[in-house]
Design a protein around this ligand. Structure first.
Ligand SMILES: *[C@@H]1O[C@H](CO)[C@@H](O)[C@H](O)[C@H]1NC(C)=O
Ligand SMILES: *[C@@H]1O[C@H](CO)[C@@H](O)[C@H](O)[C@H]1NC(C)=O
Ligand SMILES: *[C@@H]1O[C@H](CO)[C@@H](O)[C@H](O)[C@H]1NC(C)=O
Length: 704
């Protein structure tokens, strides 16, 4: 399917801009209609329908109702995909079989199916298994709304709302996952955490859409999703619901701006059109080529990222496949209504499902192109997530390289190259929080991973109206009258199957080591580098805050002309927190990988999701920490880098009523990958463009 739409195409009335943009648009339309899908293309709507038909027709699952919780591409074997990608001419590329992986619930069990959809008119179920271990698949959207509706018919709840003097019409009670706490389940009837239970957590909207600022505290409502019944109801304590005043975030509802001159509107204009090309899901730009896919659990999936190296006269591989494997968000309030808020957003709610359409010109600049994503609803039918990914060239006015040479007595030489990058963006709104997840490709060969956290804090109702009243640990900051912003963490774990210049790689630590000077010169000390190559997984579990080292993925089989092993460096960014919870605490057991920011494992097809395939109510018996605990060999093997961006979040009043964006991330930066700095190949910026005085570019809401 061709899901690309240009944001600005056809409405830019600048005569200068019009021609290249329209020509580009035409070329996209013609090339996207290629004969067969790329082997890593996400499932098309027709393929979702084929999967659904095969599953519903299969005699292997007789129980009804049957609900779909995950439908996604079951990737072909890596060797087959690599052969496909390496056959540069389309004539030598034979289509690979198309398979889907499916998780359904029926008869109180999780069923895993593999479905052959190579011929979408005759799909066949290839395999079927019942999951017997702990944990459940993602919640569907439909069952979340169905669960919420139960509450409004519940007599005790009607009484609770009346007791608080609230208007039922303003009450909203979304589904919250509840983690797993061994035998200490939330419901007495529960057997060892093995029921598909969730809680409903209630808020007031009313005159404000900012429901998270108006929690209704004291309620514990547990729903069994399989039985679709409330299995526990408790109303324990009544706090005032915080006021609505001052919490609205809608433009027009907010007091007018600043005292100083108002920041002027701006728009990114590319007078010569876009620099990148999209063919289906394949993106080409400068020296980069990659495949941008979509998955209902992970959201954006970047595959087959490679760099065309002019010196080497070859396309060189960097990354086979990468995506956000999990987002773990534990809150730090042990109260009855709060202790179990220990979310695994990817595995419980799905980043792809909660990656809502991006707003043209606001979420992404005017020069962006957009891709759609598709996921299966509870009935297995495809749902379009329109404009869920945007791709754009970022011109932020920064410098990739510059130098002024003043050593010559008679002249100055100044050279500069603009820092232009290609950004692939998705914005996830998982309940109150929003995550903007950027992949930023640079001509230097760097890939920058940026996680920007924004949205709205999760707030707790309280009696307190002033900080002086607080005598015990409030587990958060008093943000406003009756409102506490509760302490919490964010751990965003990336799965990165790096293939630096080939499949087999090693993990290397270049440690900074202090030496005493013995050379007889006046210096007492200096530092030098100790190089350690990791043999097994245990050597590659790194606390990046402790390690004074450069951390590299190298290809020991490839050297530069100078004889250095080619590689990429992992550079931690601003957010490097690791979990400080006790190891025996239940959420920590479920996300035990969160104690180290970096791990390396050997590539295994089924090791994708950091807390295991079944994250909801998981018990920590599967997942990254368990796999990497096997201590397998990782030297000169096909290896996967797992990197966790971490933040301990102490809220402050400035985060109220909504949170300014806070960013963290990391970089993968070439380290002896190139013979020389490729940035010099960038054209210097044209210092002046002869733009028409009335460039008129309107991008909002265009979906031509
Ligand atoms: C796909 O299946 C249909 C229905 O069985 C069949 O008629 C058709 O020939 C098949 N197409 C291919 C390419 O095998
Ligand atoms: C890559 O690793 C595999 C698996 O250990 C091994 O069989 C193969 O020989 C290695 N290839 C190279 C080029 O070292
Ligand atoms: C720009 O476009 C708007 C909306 O189409 C139009 O009203 C306006 O006159 C245009 N301005 C110029 C300078 O062309």
């Amino acid at each position: 399917m061709s899901s690309l739409r240009g944001s600005c195409v056809g409405v830019c009335r600048s005569s200068l801009a019009m021609f290249p943009l329209i020509l580009l648009a035409l070329s996209i339309l013609t090339t996207a209609a290629s004969s067969h899908p790329h082997p890593l293309d996400p499932l098309s709507p027709a393929e979702f329908i084929a999967v659904r038909a095969a599953v519903l027709a299969s005699p292997l699952i007789s129980d009804r109702p049957l609900t779909f919780h995950y439908v996604g591409l079951d990737e072909p074997d890596k060797t087959d995909v690599l052969s496909y990608a390496e056959a540069r001419s389309s004539s030598s590329r034979a289509a690979l079989p198309r398979h889907a992986f499916v998780i359904t619930r029926a008869g109180g069990q999780s069923h895993e199916l593999r479905v052959d959809i190579t011929n979408a008119t005759a799909p066949t179920v290839l395999s079927h298994a019942v999951h017997h271990g702990a944990g459940f698949p993602m919640h569907t959207i439909e069952e979340q709304f169905e669960a919420e509706a139960l509450l409004f018919k519940h007599v005790s709840f009607v009484e609770s709302v009346r007791r608080r003097g609230l208007d039922m019409d303003d009450v909203i009670c979304p589904v919250f996952s509840i983690g797993w706490f061994g035998d200490a389940g939330p419901s007495e009837s529960e057997e060892k955490g093995q029921q598909r239970l969730v809680k409903l957590v209630c808020f007031m909207a009313g005159p404000t859409p900012n429901l998270y600022a108006r929690p209704i505290e004291g309620l514990t409502v547990v729903v069994d999703l399989d039985r679709m019944a409330i299995v526990k109801y408790r109303d324990r304590v009544v706090y005032p619901v915080p006021k609505a005043e001052g919490t609205d975030y809608r433009a027009g509802k907010v007091e007018s701006p600043y005292n100083g001159p108002t920041p002027a509107p701006g728009v990114v204009l590319q007078p010569e059109g876009r620099g990148f090309h999209i063919d289906g899901h394949l993106v080409r730009w400068a020296n980069w080529e990659f495949h941008a896919g979509f998955d209902m659990r992970a959201g954006t999936v970047i595959s087959l990222a490679s760099i065309h190296d002019v010196e080497a006269g070859a396309r060189r591989r960097v990354l086979y496949r990468g995506f956000v494997s999990e987002v773990f968000v534990p809150y730090m309030d042990p109260a009855e209504e709060w202790y179990d808020r220990t979310f695994l957003d990817t595995g419980e709610f799905g980043l792809g499902i909660t990656a809502f359409p991006l707003q043209h010109g606001a979420d992404c600049p005017a020069n962006a192109a957009y891709l759609n994503g598709y996921y299966a609803d509870q009935d297995g039918k495809p749902v379009e997530n329109k404009d869920t990914i945007c791709i754009f060239e970022r011109y932020a006015g920064d410098i990739a390289w510059r130098h002024t040479e003043s050593a010559f007595p008679d002249r100055l030489i100044t050279e500069a190259r603009p820092d232009v990058s290609l950004v692939v963006r998705m914005a996830v709104s998982c309940g109150n929080y929003d995550y903007i997840l950027d992949w930023e490709f640079k001509t230097s060969g760097t890939i920058k991973f940026v996680v920007s956290m924004t949205g709205i804090l999760e707030m707790k109702g309280t009696d307190y109206t002033h900080a002086d009243q607080i005598k015990q640990d409030a587990h958060g900051t008093l943000l406003s009258e009756n409102t506490i912003g509760v302490y919490h963490d964010h751990y965003i774990t990336y799965y990165l199957d790096l293939d630096v210049d080939g499949t087999n790689n090693s993990f290397v630590k270049n440690s900074i080591t202090t030496k005493r000077n013995t050379a007889g010169t006046p210096r007492k000390s200096y530092w030098t580098v100790r190089r350690d190559v990791a043999e097994t997984e245990a050597d590659a579990q790194v606390d990046v805050n402790v390690a004074a080292a450069d951390l590299l993925i190298v290809n020991p089989n490839k050297k530069t002309r100078m004889g250095n092993e080619v590689g990429y460096r992992v550079i931690p960014g601003g957010a490097t927190a690791a979990s400080v919870l006790d190891d025996d605490d239940f959420p920590q057991r479920r996300a035990s990988y969160s104690k180290k920011q970096l791990r390396v494992t050997p590539y295994k097809r089924d090791e994708k999701w950091a807390p295991g395939l079944y994250a909801d109510r998981s018990s920590g018996n599967d997942g990254l920490a368990m796999w990497s605990g096997r201590d397998r060999g990782i030297r000169n093997e096909d290896i996967v880098l797992w990197y966790t961006v971490g933040v301990h979040h102490i809220p402050y009043q400035d985060d109220f009523p909504v949170m300014p964006t806070m960013s963290g991330g990391f970089e993968l930066r070439p380290a002896n990958f190139f013979e020389r700095n490729p940035v010099l190949k960038m054209r210097p910026p044209r210092l002046e463009y002869d733009l028409p005085t009335s460039v008129n570019c309107s991008c909002a809401g265009n979906s031509s």
